[in-house]
Design a protein around this ligand. Structure first.
Ligand code: ZN
Length: 511
Protein backbone atom coordinates (compact mmCIF):
# COMPACT_ATOMS: atom_id res chain seq x y z
CA UNK A 1 0.00 0.00 0.00
CA UNK A 2 1.83 3.07 -1.27
CA UNK A 3 0.92 5.60 1.41
CA UNK A 4 3.20 8.06 3.23
CA UNK A 5 3.17 8.33 6.19
CA UNK A 6 2.65 4.64 6.77
CA UNK A 7 -0.75 4.03 8.42
CA UNK A 8 -0.86 2.62 11.93
CA UNK A 9 -2.67 -0.53 10.79
CA UNK A 10 -3.71 -1.71 7.33
CA UNK A 11 -5.03 -4.96 5.92
CA UNK A 12 -5.81 -6.00 2.35
CA UNK A 13 -9.14 -7.78 2.16
CA UNK A 14 -9.02 -9.07 -1.43
CA UNK A 15 -10.47 -7.76 -4.68
CA UNK A 16 -10.56 -4.21 -6.01
CA UNK A 17 -12.92 -1.25 -6.12
CA UNK A 18 -13.12 1.08 -9.11
CA UNK A 19 -13.10 4.81 -8.52
CA UNK A 20 -14.44 6.61 -11.57
CA UNK A 21 -16.49 9.51 -12.87
CA UNK A 22 -19.52 7.61 -11.65
CA UNK A 23 -18.36 7.50 -8.04
CA UNK A 24 -20.34 9.81 -5.82
CA UNK A 25 -18.36 11.60 -3.14
CA UNK A 26 -20.66 12.05 -0.16
CA UNK A 27 -19.05 14.56 2.14
CA UNK A 28 -19.95 17.74 4.03
CA UNK A 29 -16.42 19.16 3.89
CA UNK A 30 -15.80 21.17 0.72
CA UNK A 31 -12.03 20.99 0.86
CA UNK A 32 -12.16 17.17 0.82
CA UNK A 33 -14.22 17.24 -2.37
CA UNK A 34 -11.75 19.73 -3.79
CA UNK A 35 -8.75 17.60 -2.84
CA UNK A 36 -10.30 14.47 -4.35
CA UNK A 37 -11.46 16.32 -7.47
CA UNK A 38 -8.31 15.77 -9.46
CA UNK A 39 -9.84 12.91 -11.41
CA UNK A 40 -12.80 15.11 -12.43
CA UNK A 41 -15.49 12.96 -10.83
CA UNK A 42 -19.01 13.67 -11.81
CA UNK A 43 -22.03 12.82 -9.76
CA UNK A 44 -22.80 9.18 -10.40
CA UNK A 45 -24.26 6.15 -8.75
CA UNK A 46 -21.86 3.34 -9.59
CA UNK A 47 -20.60 3.50 -6.00
CA UNK A 48 -19.98 6.04 -3.26
CA UNK A 49 -17.17 7.42 -1.16
CA UNK A 50 -18.71 8.44 2.14
CA UNK A 51 -17.09 10.60 4.79
CA UNK A 52 -18.96 10.59 8.08
CA UNK A 53 -18.51 11.60 11.68
CA UNK A 54 -18.76 8.59 13.95
CA UNK A 55 -17.30 6.73 16.91
CA UNK A 56 -13.78 5.32 16.54
CA UNK A 57 -10.69 4.80 18.71
CA UNK A 58 -8.52 5.95 15.81
CA UNK A 59 -7.92 9.26 14.06
CA UNK A 60 -9.88 7.75 11.17
CA UNK A 61 -10.88 4.39 9.73
CA UNK A 62 -10.99 3.83 6.00
CA UNK A 63 -12.71 0.85 4.41
CA UNK A 64 -12.68 0.02 0.70
CA UNK A 65 -15.05 -2.82 -0.26
CA UNK A 66 -16.93 -1.83 -3.38
CA UNK A 67 -17.63 1.53 -1.78
CA UNK A 68 -15.30 3.72 0.18
CA UNK A 69 -16.14 4.63 3.74
CA UNK A 70 -14.18 6.99 5.99
CA UNK A 71 -15.21 7.41 9.61
CA UNK A 72 -13.73 9.76 12.17
CA UNK A 73 -14.78 11.54 15.33
CA UNK A 74 -13.45 14.81 13.88
CA UNK A 75 -13.36 16.70 10.59
CA UNK A 76 -9.59 16.66 10.89
CA UNK A 77 -9.60 12.87 10.94
CA UNK A 78 -11.89 12.78 7.90
CA UNK A 79 -9.42 15.03 6.11
CA UNK A 80 -6.53 12.73 7.01
CA UNK A 81 -8.55 9.79 5.67
CA UNK A 82 -9.10 11.74 2.45
CA UNK A 83 -5.35 12.31 2.10
CA UNK A 84 -4.76 8.56 2.42
CA UNK A 85 -7.49 7.92 -0.16
CA UNK A 86 -5.99 10.52 -2.47
CA UNK A 87 -2.66 8.69 -2.45
CA UNK A 88 -4.39 5.34 -3.06
CA UNK A 89 -6.36 6.79 -5.98
CA UNK A 90 -3.21 8.24 -7.53
CA UNK A 91 -1.47 4.89 -7.12
CA UNK A 92 -4.32 2.96 -8.74
CA UNK A 93 -4.92 5.47 -11.53
CA UNK A 94 -4.98 4.43 -15.18
CA UNK A 95 -6.86 5.82 -18.20
CA UNK A 96 -9.24 8.05 -16.29
CA UNK A 97 -10.21 5.57 -13.56
CA UNK A 98 -8.56 4.22 -10.44
CA UNK A 99 -8.65 0.65 -9.25
CA UNK A 100 -8.15 0.45 -5.51
CA UNK A 101 -7.25 -2.66 -3.54
CA UNK A 102 -9.99 -3.47 -1.07
CA UNK A 103 -8.67 -2.86 2.41
CA UNK A 104 -9.27 -1.70 5.95
CA UNK A 105 -7.03 1.03 7.38
CA UNK A 106 -7.06 2.15 11.02
CA UNK A 107 -4.79 5.10 11.49
CA UNK A 108 -3.59 7.51 14.16
CA UNK A 109 -0.58 9.79 14.67
CA UNK A 110 2.36 9.07 16.98
CA UNK A 111 3.08 12.75 17.79
CA UNK A 112 0.65 15.64 18.07
CA UNK A 113 3.07 18.20 16.58
CA UNK A 114 4.31 17.58 13.00
CA UNK A 115 5.86 20.71 11.63
CA UNK A 116 7.77 22.33 8.80
CA UNK A 117 9.51 25.69 9.21
CA UNK A 118 10.10 28.18 6.43
CA UNK A 119 12.41 31.18 6.78
CA UNK A 120 10.94 33.96 4.63
CA UNK A 121 13.46 36.54 5.87
CA UNK A 122 16.79 35.62 4.29
CA UNK A 123 14.86 35.21 1.05
CA UNK A 124 11.22 36.09 0.73
CA UNK A 125 8.60 33.64 -0.55
CA UNK A 126 5.12 34.93 -1.28
CA UNK A 127 1.68 33.60 -0.36
CA UNK A 128 1.32 31.48 -3.50
CA UNK A 129 4.56 29.63 -2.84
CA UNK A 130 3.54 29.14 0.78
CA UNK A 131 0.11 27.82 -0.23
CA UNK A 132 1.68 25.31 -2.61
CA UNK A 133 3.87 24.09 0.26
CA UNK A 134 0.76 23.74 2.43
CA UNK A 135 -0.70 21.42 -0.23
CA UNK A 136 2.24 19.07 0.22
CA UNK A 137 2.27 19.29 4.03
CA UNK A 138 -1.43 18.38 4.04
CA UNK A 139 -0.82 15.44 1.73
CA UNK A 140 1.57 13.85 4.24
CA UNK A 141 -0.50 14.80 7.31
CA UNK A 142 1.77 17.44 8.76
CA UNK A 143 -0.21 19.83 10.93
CA UNK A 144 2.01 22.84 11.58
CA UNK A 145 3.68 25.47 9.41
CA UNK A 146 6.13 27.60 11.38
CA UNK A 147 6.98 30.88 9.63
CA UNK A 148 10.22 32.63 10.58
CA UNK A 149 9.13 36.22 10.02
CA UNK A 150 11.84 38.48 11.37
CA UNK A 151 15.63 38.51 11.46
CA UNK A 152 18.71 40.69 10.87
CA UNK A 153 17.86 40.82 7.15
CA UNK A 154 14.28 42.07 7.35
CA UNK A 155 10.81 42.17 8.88
CA UNK A 156 8.39 40.26 6.66
CA UNK A 157 4.84 41.11 7.76
CA UNK A 158 2.89 44.29 7.23
CA UNK A 159 2.79 46.34 10.42
CA UNK A 160 0.23 49.03 11.03
CA UNK A 161 1.48 49.48 14.57
CA UNK A 162 4.99 50.32 13.28
CA UNK A 163 4.88 50.97 9.50
CA UNK A 164 8.53 52.02 9.72
CA UNK A 165 9.35 48.29 9.95
CA UNK A 166 8.12 47.87 6.38
CA UNK A 167 9.60 51.16 5.17
CA UNK A 168 13.10 50.76 6.57
CA UNK A 169 13.30 47.18 7.78
CA UNK A 170 12.37 45.50 4.53
CA UNK A 171 14.74 45.94 1.59
CA UNK A 172 18.36 44.93 1.96
CA UNK A 173 20.75 46.15 -0.71
CA UNK A 174 22.16 42.78 -1.61
CA UNK A 175 23.88 39.68 -0.34
CA UNK A 176 27.60 39.97 0.32
CA UNK A 177 27.90 42.89 -2.06
CA UNK A 178 26.24 41.23 -5.08
CA UNK A 179 24.06 44.34 -5.56
CA UNK A 180 20.85 42.31 -5.96
CA UNK A 181 18.24 43.80 -3.58
CA UNK A 182 16.19 41.36 -1.50
CA UNK A 183 12.90 42.44 0.06
CA UNK A 184 9.21 41.69 0.29
CA UNK A 185 6.74 41.09 3.06
CA UNK A 186 3.34 39.50 3.56
CA UNK A 187 0.48 41.96 3.76
CA UNK A 188 -2.10 41.34 6.46
CA UNK A 189 -4.48 40.10 3.78
CA UNK A 190 -1.81 37.67 2.55
CA UNK A 191 -1.46 36.30 6.07
CA UNK A 192 -5.22 35.93 6.47
CA UNK A 193 -5.38 34.05 3.16
CA UNK A 194 -2.51 31.72 4.17
CA UNK A 195 -4.00 31.07 7.61
CA UNK A 196 -7.40 30.29 6.12
CA UNK A 197 -5.97 28.02 3.40
CA UNK A 198 -3.88 26.16 5.95
CA UNK A 199 -6.74 25.97 8.44
CA UNK A 200 -9.01 24.41 5.83
CA UNK A 201 -6.37 21.67 5.62
CA UNK A 202 -6.03 21.39 9.41
CA UNK A 203 -2.62 23.02 9.44
CA UNK A 204 -1.78 25.54 12.13
CA UNK A 205 0.40 28.51 11.14
CA UNK A 206 2.79 29.48 13.94
CA UNK A 207 4.47 32.90 13.65
CA UNK A 208 8.00 33.52 14.89
CA UNK A 209 9.45 36.87 15.86
CA UNK A 210 13.01 36.23 16.99
CA UNK A 211 13.84 38.11 20.25
CA UNK A 212 16.11 39.54 21.65
CA UNK A 213 18.86 38.48 19.21
CA UNK A 214 18.50 38.38 15.42
CA UNK A 215 16.81 41.79 15.72
CA UNK A 216 18.88 44.13 13.57
CA UNK A 217 15.77 44.80 11.45
CA UNK A 218 14.07 46.31 14.51
CA UNK A 219 17.09 48.52 15.25
CA UNK A 220 17.28 49.64 11.61
CA UNK A 221 13.66 50.79 11.81
CA UNK A 222 13.84 52.13 15.38
CA UNK A 223 17.45 52.77 16.48
CA UNK A 224 16.31 53.78 19.95
CA UNK A 225 15.54 50.09 20.68
CA UNK A 226 19.27 49.26 20.72
CA UNK A 227 21.78 49.63 23.53
CA UNK A 228 23.73 52.31 21.66
CA UNK A 229 20.97 54.11 19.74
CA UNK A 230 23.11 53.98 16.57
CA UNK A 231 21.45 53.99 13.14
CA UNK A 232 22.24 50.77 11.26
CA UNK A 233 21.42 49.31 7.85
CA UNK A 234 20.05 45.83 7.20
CA UNK A 235 22.95 43.45 6.96
CA UNK A 236 23.98 41.87 3.67
CA UNK A 237 25.61 39.07 5.61
CA UNK A 238 24.44 36.04 7.54
CA UNK A 239 25.39 34.49 10.86
CA UNK A 240 25.18 35.87 14.37
CA UNK A 241 25.10 39.64 14.81
CA UNK A 242 26.11 41.27 18.09
CA UNK A 243 23.70 44.20 17.58
CA UNK A 244 20.60 43.21 19.55
CA UNK A 245 17.65 44.71 21.42
CA UNK A 246 18.37 46.50 24.66
CA UNK A 247 16.89 44.53 27.55
CA UNK A 248 17.14 47.43 29.98
CA UNK A 249 15.15 50.10 28.16
CA UNK A 250 11.67 50.05 29.67
CA UNK A 251 9.97 51.49 26.55
CA UNK A 252 11.18 48.50 24.52
CA UNK A 253 8.78 46.21 26.34
CA UNK A 254 5.91 48.42 25.26
CA UNK A 255 6.98 48.23 21.60
CA UNK A 256 7.31 44.45 21.82
CA UNK A 257 3.88 44.19 23.42
CA UNK A 258 2.32 46.22 20.59
CA UNK A 259 4.06 44.11 17.96
CA UNK A 260 3.03 40.84 19.56
CA UNK A 261 -0.55 42.02 19.93
CA UNK A 262 -0.67 42.90 16.26
CA UNK A 263 0.68 39.49 15.24
CA UNK A 264 -1.36 37.52 17.75
CA UNK A 265 -4.49 38.98 16.22
CA UNK A 266 -3.37 37.97 12.75
CA UNK A 267 -2.26 34.41 13.59
CA UNK A 268 -4.96 32.51 15.53
CA UNK A 269 -2.59 29.65 16.47
CA UNK A 270 -2.39 28.84 20.17
CA UNK A 271 1.41 28.87 19.76
CA UNK A 272 3.70 31.84 19.25
CA UNK A 273 7.43 31.39 18.63
CA UNK A 274 9.69 33.90 20.38
CA UNK A 275 13.03 32.77 18.97
CA UNK A 276 15.63 33.32 21.68
CA UNK A 277 18.56 31.70 19.86
CA UNK A 278 22.10 33.00 19.37
CA UNK A 279 22.15 36.06 21.63
CA UNK A 280 25.68 37.51 22.02
CA UNK A 281 25.79 39.55 25.22
CA UNK A 282 28.62 42.02 24.49
CA UNK A 283 26.34 45.04 24.03
CA UNK A 284 24.44 44.23 27.22
CA UNK A 285 27.73 44.03 29.13
CA UNK A 286 28.55 47.58 28.08
CA UNK A 287 25.09 49.12 28.41
CA UNK A 288 24.20 51.23 31.41
CA UNK A 289 20.48 50.45 31.14
CA UNK A 290 21.02 46.69 30.84
CA UNK A 291 23.45 46.69 33.76
CA UNK A 292 21.17 48.74 36.02
CA UNK A 293 18.25 46.41 35.19
CA UNK A 294 20.40 43.48 36.25
CA UNK A 295 21.19 45.21 39.53
CA UNK A 296 17.58 46.19 40.16
CA UNK A 297 16.28 42.68 39.46
CA UNK A 298 19.11 40.90 41.26
CA UNK A 299 20.29 39.10 38.12
CA UNK A 300 23.71 37.49 38.37
CA UNK A 301 24.73 37.79 34.73
CA UNK A 302 23.62 38.60 31.19
CA UNK A 303 22.33 35.07 30.66
CA UNK A 304 19.84 35.72 33.46
CA UNK A 305 19.05 39.06 31.84
CA UNK A 306 17.93 37.11 28.77
CA UNK A 307 15.83 34.91 31.06
CA UNK A 308 14.27 38.02 32.60
CA UNK A 309 13.64 39.53 29.15
CA UNK A 310 12.09 36.34 27.79
CA UNK A 311 9.86 35.81 30.80
CA UNK A 312 8.54 39.37 30.53
CA UNK A 313 7.68 38.78 26.89
CA UNK A 314 6.11 35.43 27.78
CA UNK A 315 3.88 37.24 30.26
CA UNK A 316 2.57 39.35 27.39
CA UNK A 317 1.94 36.23 25.30
CA UNK A 318 0.09 34.57 28.16
CA UNK A 319 -2.18 37.61 28.44
CA UNK A 320 -2.93 37.07 24.74
CA UNK A 321 -3.74 33.42 25.47
CA UNK A 322 -0.72 32.09 23.58
CA UNK A 323 1.67 29.28 24.46
CA UNK A 324 5.24 30.40 23.81
CA UNK A 325 7.81 28.34 21.90
CA UNK A 326 11.51 29.21 22.22
CA UNK A 327 14.76 27.85 20.73
CA UNK A 328 16.78 25.80 23.21
CA UNK A 329 19.24 28.61 24.15
CA UNK A 330 16.41 30.17 26.15
CA UNK A 331 16.99 27.35 28.68
CA UNK A 332 20.48 28.61 29.55
CA UNK A 333 19.27 31.16 32.10
CA UNK A 334 17.77 28.37 34.22
CA UNK A 335 14.76 30.57 34.88
CA UNK A 336 12.63 30.12 31.76
CA UNK A 337 8.90 30.19 32.48
CA UNK A 338 7.49 26.65 32.73
CA UNK A 339 4.81 27.31 30.13
CA UNK A 340 7.33 27.72 27.30
CA UNK A 341 7.76 24.87 24.84
CA UNK A 342 11.41 24.38 23.97
CA UNK A 343 12.50 23.72 20.41
CA UNK A 344 15.63 21.57 20.44
CA UNK A 345 18.02 22.25 17.57
CA UNK A 346 21.50 22.18 19.10
CA UNK A 347 22.56 21.55 22.69
CA UNK A 348 26.05 20.11 22.68
CA UNK A 349 26.92 16.49 22.14
CA UNK A 350 25.12 15.23 25.25
CA UNK A 351 22.03 17.50 25.10
CA UNK A 352 22.29 17.89 28.86
CA UNK A 353 20.11 20.97 29.21
CA UNK A 354 17.30 19.77 26.96
CA UNK A 355 17.43 16.34 28.52
CA UNK A 356 17.13 17.88 31.98
CA UNK A 357 14.23 20.11 30.89
CA UNK A 358 12.43 17.11 29.40
CA UNK A 359 12.89 15.15 32.60
CA UNK A 360 11.39 18.03 34.59
CA UNK A 361 8.32 18.02 32.39
CA UNK A 362 8.95 20.73 29.81
CA UNK A 363 7.39 20.11 26.40
CA UNK A 364 9.96 19.73 23.62
CA UNK A 365 9.84 19.89 19.83
CA UNK A 366 12.69 17.98 18.23
CA UNK A 367 14.34 19.58 15.21
CA UNK A 368 17.98 18.65 15.71
CA UNK A 369 20.31 20.22 13.14
CA UNK A 370 21.49 16.79 12.04
CA UNK A 371 19.56 15.49 10.28
CA UNK A 372 16.48 17.80 10.33
CA UNK A 373 17.96 21.05 8.93
CA UNK A 374 17.04 20.66 5.30
CA UNK A 375 18.82 23.78 4.09
CA UNK A 376 21.93 21.60 4.53
CA UNK A 377 22.97 19.64 1.44
CA UNK A 378 21.87 16.03 1.07
CA UNK A 379 25.52 15.10 1.54
CA UNK A 380 25.21 16.28 5.16
CA UNK A 381 21.61 15.42 5.93
CA UNK A 382 20.58 12.69 3.54
CA UNK A 383 17.03 11.52 2.99
CA UNK A 384 17.98 8.22 4.60
CA UNK A 385 19.40 9.90 7.73
CA UNK A 386 16.35 12.17 8.02
CA UNK A 387 14.14 9.09 7.79
CA UNK A 388 16.14 6.93 10.20
CA UNK A 389 16.50 9.57 12.93
CA UNK A 390 14.53 8.60 16.02
CA UNK A 391 13.49 11.79 17.86
CA UNK A 392 13.73 10.19 21.31
CA UNK A 393 17.30 8.97 20.70
CA UNK A 394 19.21 12.06 21.99
CA UNK A 395 17.63 11.53 25.42
CA UNK A 396 18.01 8.79 27.97
CA UNK A 397 14.39 7.75 28.02
CA UNK A 398 13.51 10.08 30.89
CA UNK A 399 10.55 12.30 30.12
CA UNK A 400 10.25 11.33 26.46
CA UNK A 401 6.47 11.47 26.87
CA UNK A 402 7.03 15.25 26.94
CA UNK A 403 8.19 15.28 23.32
CA UNK A 404 5.40 17.10 21.53
CA UNK A 405 6.68 16.19 18.11
CA UNK A 406 9.08 17.00 15.32
CA UNK A 407 9.89 19.88 13.01
CA UNK A 408 12.12 20.16 9.97
CA UNK A 409 13.34 23.74 9.42
CA UNK A 410 14.32 25.22 6.07
CA UNK A 411 16.52 28.29 6.46
CA UNK A 412 16.90 30.25 3.26
CA UNK A 413 20.29 31.98 3.38
CA UNK A 414 21.30 30.01 0.31
CA UNK A 415 17.83 29.31 -1.06
CA UNK A 416 16.94 32.21 -3.34
CA UNK A 417 14.32 30.68 -5.64
CA UNK A 418 11.34 28.33 -5.58
CA UNK A 419 13.09 25.59 -7.53
CA UNK A 420 15.86 25.30 -4.98
CA UNK A 421 13.30 25.59 -2.17
CA UNK A 422 11.42 22.57 -3.49
CA UNK A 423 14.56 20.54 -4.04
CA UNK A 424 15.83 21.21 -0.52
CA UNK A 425 12.45 20.40 1.00
CA UNK A 426 11.31 17.35 -0.91
CA UNK A 427 11.41 14.47 -0.28
CA UNK A 428 13.13 15.08 3.07
CA UNK A 429 9.91 16.63 4.48
CA UNK A 430 8.18 13.30 3.79
CA UNK A 431 10.76 11.45 5.89
CA UNK A 432 10.08 13.74 8.86
CA UNK A 433 6.33 13.57 8.27
CA UNK A 434 6.48 9.79 8.51
CA UNK A 435 8.51 9.96 11.72
CA UNK A 436 5.96 12.38 13.17
CA UNK A 437 3.00 10.20 12.24
CA UNK A 438 3.98 6.52 12.06
CA UNK A 439 4.84 4.12 14.86
CA UNK A 440 8.62 4.38 14.77
CA UNK A 441 9.34 0.96 13.22
CA UNK A 442 11.82 2.02 10.57
CA UNK A 443 12.49 0.37 7.24
CA UNK A 444 14.07 2.78 4.80
CA UNK A 445 13.65 0.56 1.75
CA UNK A 446 9.96 0.14 2.42
CA UNK A 447 9.63 3.92 2.90
CA UNK A 448 11.41 4.68 -0.38
CA UNK A 449 9.18 2.27 -2.29
CA UNK A 450 6.05 3.98 -0.94
CA UNK A 451 7.56 7.42 -1.52
CA UNK A 452 7.53 7.29 -5.33
CA UNK A 453 3.75 7.46 -5.40
CA UNK A 454 3.75 10.70 -3.38
CA UNK A 455 6.49 12.12 -5.60
CA UNK A 456 4.22 11.42 -8.55
CA UNK A 457 1.58 13.62 -6.93
CA UNK A 458 4.20 16.35 -6.51
CA UNK A 459 4.83 16.13 -10.26
CA UNK A 460 1.11 16.56 -10.86
CA UNK A 461 1.28 19.63 -8.59
CA UNK A 462 4.30 20.83 -10.64
CA UNK A 463 6.40 20.89 -7.51
CA UNK A 464 10.04 19.90 -7.81
CA UNK A 465 11.98 17.40 -5.72
CA UNK A 466 15.26 15.52 -5.65
CA UNK A 467 15.16 11.89 -6.75
CA UNK A 468 15.65 9.62 -3.72
CA UNK A 469 18.87 8.24 -5.16
CA UNK A 470 20.35 11.73 -5.41
CA UNK A 471 18.99 12.52 -1.97
CA UNK A 472 21.30 9.79 -0.62
CA UNK A 473 24.63 10.68 -2.27
CA UNK A 474 27.57 8.29 -2.03
CA UNK A 475 30.35 9.21 0.44
CA UNK A 476 32.54 10.92 -2.17
CA UNK A 477 29.70 13.07 -3.47
CA UNK A 478 28.55 13.73 0.09
CA UNK A 479 32.02 14.95 1.09
CA UNK A 480 32.11 17.22 -1.97
CA UNK A 481 28.70 18.74 -1.17
CA UNK A 482 29.63 19.27 2.46
CA UNK A 483 32.92 20.95 1.56
CA UNK A 484 31.21 23.21 -0.97
CA UNK A 485 28.58 24.19 1.58
CA UNK A 486 31.16 25.20 4.18
CA UNK A 487 33.47 26.97 1.73
CA UNK A 488 30.49 29.03 0.61
CA UNK A 489 29.74 29.95 4.21
CA UNK A 490 33.25 31.16 4.98
CA UNK A 491 33.79 34.88 4.65
CA UNK A 492 34.45 37.77 6.97
CA UNK A 493 31.02 37.56 8.52
CA UNK A 494 31.43 33.87 9.26
CA UNK A 495 34.60 34.69 11.17
CA UNK A 496 32.89 37.59 12.93
CA UNK A 497 29.93 35.38 13.68
CA UNK A 498 32.24 32.73 15.16
CA UNK A 499 33.79 35.39 17.37
CA UNK A 500 30.34 36.45 18.53
CA UNK A 501 29.49 32.84 19.30
CA UNK A 502 32.73 32.44 21.29
CA UNK A 503 31.99 35.65 23.19
CA UNK A 504 28.53 34.37 23.98
CA UNK A 505 30.00 31.10 25.26
CA UNK A 506 32.70 32.88 27.27
CA UNK A 507 30.00 35.03 28.86
CA UNK A 508 28.16 31.88 29.92
CA UNK A 509 31.23 30.14 31.33
CA UNK A 510 32.41 33.10 33.39
CA UNK A 511 29.00 33.34 34.99
ZN1 ZN B 1 21.00 47.74 26.78
Amino acid sequence: MNVVPKPFESKLTGGTTRFSASTRVDCQIDVIKEELGFLDYEEGDANTATFEIGQTDYDYELTIDGNVNVVSATNEGLFHGAMTLKQLIFDGYHEGVADLDNCVIKDKPRFEHRSFMLDIVRHFFDKDVIKSLIDVLALVKMNTLHLHLSDNQGYRVESQAYPVLNEKGNLRKGTRGDGIPVGGYLTKDDVREIVRYAGDRFIDVVPEVDLPGHTLELLVAMPELGCTGEQFELTERYGIDHRILCAGREENYEVIENLLKELAELFPSKYFHLGGDEVPKTQWQNCEKCQSTMKREGLKNEEELQGYFTNRVIKVLKSLDKTPIVWNEALYSNMLDDSAVCQFWSDGRKCLRVRDALKKGRKIIVSRTNPYYIDYPHGMNSLRSAYNFEPTSPFNGDGIENILGVETPLWTEWVADVDKLHRQAFPRVMAVAETGWSTGDKNYKDFEERLYNVLGILEAYEIGYVHPQKANPNPIKAAGQTLKFFINMIDVDAIRSLKNMQNAKKGRKSN
